[in-house]
Design a protein around this ligand. Structure first.
Ligand code: FAD
Length: 280
């Protein structure tokens, strides 16, 4: 398989020193695939924000491009300005800019309400220093008033200065192709990279999917349910389903793959191997 594709892996910042060590080992295993970048998620609270910074600093220090996520929730113009300065000083060139989700008890996102406002602000502050990634939703964002509205909002983020997009995960390739087609009809030309969630644990996947509005097709859900606690069967089936999804996406013109790793390498490595994405 040609490596003319954008490959990236997403981590969450670990809470403990042990978690940090484990993530380091995971990253070393994935590094052989020479991804374009490793991204690190961002939470609403101060301590999780510090851990994002710590994690991206380590990745950059090891000579790999890190892409911190940054969200509107709890952010002010002043603290975003300070974060951008810190990221610049670390040599970071890419940011995943998001709205984020309000933790329970928090009434408003802060000085930025939607991701397009954050993108506009970053562009105003930093010009073209950062490559800006935004989120896209082939199955539509759960709070969107309508598919049309969600599409318009996505186009607004692109007009605000996004360079490329990463999608929420999905298991129905047609939703991705339909979404990309709709975007192209609106004149959107930026790459839209599918987000890939390996299937490892059914209960965890069901929980995430309920929260973010990603659909687990009935035949996948039913099959996973029927395996109960049989981790090997879930693993084999999950790898087969996600490999076939990846094959269809790449054959249909997807510009790359972004893996939601959940800080684990095994499933990502197997799927990449099945797809012919080999160590460089
Ligand atoms: P937006 O693009 O702002 O959209 C949010 C909703 O508002 C949509 O329904 C949209 O249609 C609507 N909308 C947008 N603009 C307007 C407008 N101007 N007027 C009215 N309605 C509007 N969350 C985190 O907290 N941390 C992370 O690190 C993180 N990483 C992610 C990475 C990826 C690749 C993805 C796909 C999601 C990630 N998320 C993360 C989750 C994300 O924050 C949530 O899905 C959130 O609910 C929406 O963020 P957004 O940037 O897509 O928001």
């Amino acid at each position: 398989m040609s490596r003319n594709l954008s490959l990236s892996f997403e981590f969450f910042p670990p809470q403990t020193a042990e978690g940090m060590q484990k993530l380091h080992a995971t990253r070393k295993q994935l590094e052989v695939l020479k991804p374009e970048f490793f991204s690190v998620t961002f939470g609403a609270g101060g301590s999780t924000r510090d851990r994002t910074l710590e994690t991206v600093s380590q990745i950059q220090a090891d000579g790999y491009p890190a892409a911190p996520h940054l969200s509107c929730v709890g952010s002010t113009r002043d603290n975003i300005r300070a974060i951008l300065q810190t990221y610049k000083s670390l040599g970071i060139k890419r940011i995943v800019a998001l709205r984020g989700d309000l933790p329970s008890g928090m009434a408003s996102t802060g000085e930025f309400q939607y991701a397009n406002e954050l993108i506009e602000f970053i562009r105003k502050e930093s010009g073209n220093h950062f490559h800006l990634e935004v989120a896209a939703y082939p199955e539509y964002h759960p709070q969107a008033k309508s598919p049309r509205d969600d599409l318009d909002n996505f186009v607004r983020k692109v007009k605000a200065g996004a360079d490329s997009a990463i999608t929420q995960y999905f298991y129905n390739a047609d939703s991705y192709f339909h979404f990309v087609e709709q975007c192209r009809k609106q004149g959107v030309t930026i790459p839209i990279v599918p987000g890939i969630m390996p299937i490892v644990k059914f209960s965890q996947l069901a929980r995430f999917s309920d929260a973010c509005g990603a659909e687990i097709p009935r035949w996948i859900r039913k099959t996973l349910e029927s395996y109960g606690d049989d981790a090997d069967a879930i693993k084999a089936f999950g790898e087969e389903v996600v490999t076939k999804l990846g094959e269809r996406l790449l054959a249909g013109g997807a510009p790359g793959l972004h893996f939601y790793t959940l800080n684990q390498s095994a499933a990502c490595l197997s799927i990449c191997k099945n797809l012919g994405i080999s160590p460089q």
